[in-house]
Design a protein around this ligand. Structure first.
Ligand code: PLP
Length: 229
């Protein structure tokens, strides 16, 4: 088996072990392969090993890759910062967007999403634990923004996403992830139908799964170390 295929199997084994340790069904945890900075050949190798969902951060790089792989049955997730002048292309080329954190951007995505496509599946990105990061809505402002996003016609709000500060300590990791889960639970209690918690990456997916992650976004553990972009 090639390296990417072997890495994918190893990540799936980590997901299964983490799920078993907290009594969860591993089928409730989707794996998003983050292919940013890697070429279409790497994506093809992952597809050959059974992976269909891919995450990308950089729009032009992603569009080139999506075009090169147009013949295959891939599901593309945009997970990077969104510039307002890029919303039309994001709405045209992606199935999911995890990094929505402003109403203005969401309105533009909704307006740009064609009626010929299914609604764009989105997550609201929340800034958990990182006062210095400009990405993500503040937790206190998340409920009002989530209600506004849920009302937009061409978007389907699926849940919450976060990139908490990196920590080597599983207790610290779990503390952040549990805050995102509590926020999701509060929104569900208010009547929003949210089935997705997009949290956990190569270094902390076990902690995220223990706190209820339904989608882990894994790059390095599948494709290897990235060069600086
Ligand atoms: C790059 C990236 C990932 C993957 O990170 P790894 O540590 O390589 O697994 C996940 N989520 C987002 C938003 C990213 O930008």
């Amino acid at each position: 088996m090639d390296t990417i295929g072997a890495n994918l199997q190893a990540v799936k084994a980590r997901i299964a072990t983490a799920a078993a340790q907290c009594g969860r069904d591993p089928a409730g945890i989707q794996l998003l392969a983050v292919s940013k900075t890697f070429d279409a050949g790497a994506v093809r190798a992952a597809r050959a090993a059974g992976q269909r969902a891919f995450g990308e951060n950089y729009l032009q790089e992603a569009i080139d890759k999506i075009a090169a792989l147009a013949e295959s049955d891939l599901i593309w997730h945009f997970i990077g910062p969104i510039q307002s002048n890029k919303t039309r292309q994001i709405a045209a080329h992606f199935d999911w967007v995890h990094s929505v954190d402003r109403l203005r951007i969401a309105e533009r995505l909704s307006a740009a999403r064609s009626a010929a496509q299914p609604p764009l599946q989105i997550c609201l990105q929340v800034n958990i634990g990182d006062e210095n990061s400009k990405s993500g809505v503040a937790p206190a402002e998340a409920p009002a923004l989530a209600r506004a996003l849920a009302a937009l016609p061409r978007l389907c709000l699926r849940g919450l996403m976060s990139i908490p500060p990196a920590s080597d300590d599983p207790r610290v990791q779990r503390g952040y992830f549990s805050q995102l889960r509590a926020l999701r639970d509060a929104l569900v209690a208010q009547g929003l139908a949210l089935d997705t918690l997009s949290m956990g990456m190569s270094a902390d997916l076990e902690s995220a799964i223990a706190e209820g992650s339904t989608m882990v976004r894994v790059g390095t553990a599948i494709f290897g170390t990235r060069q600086q972009h």
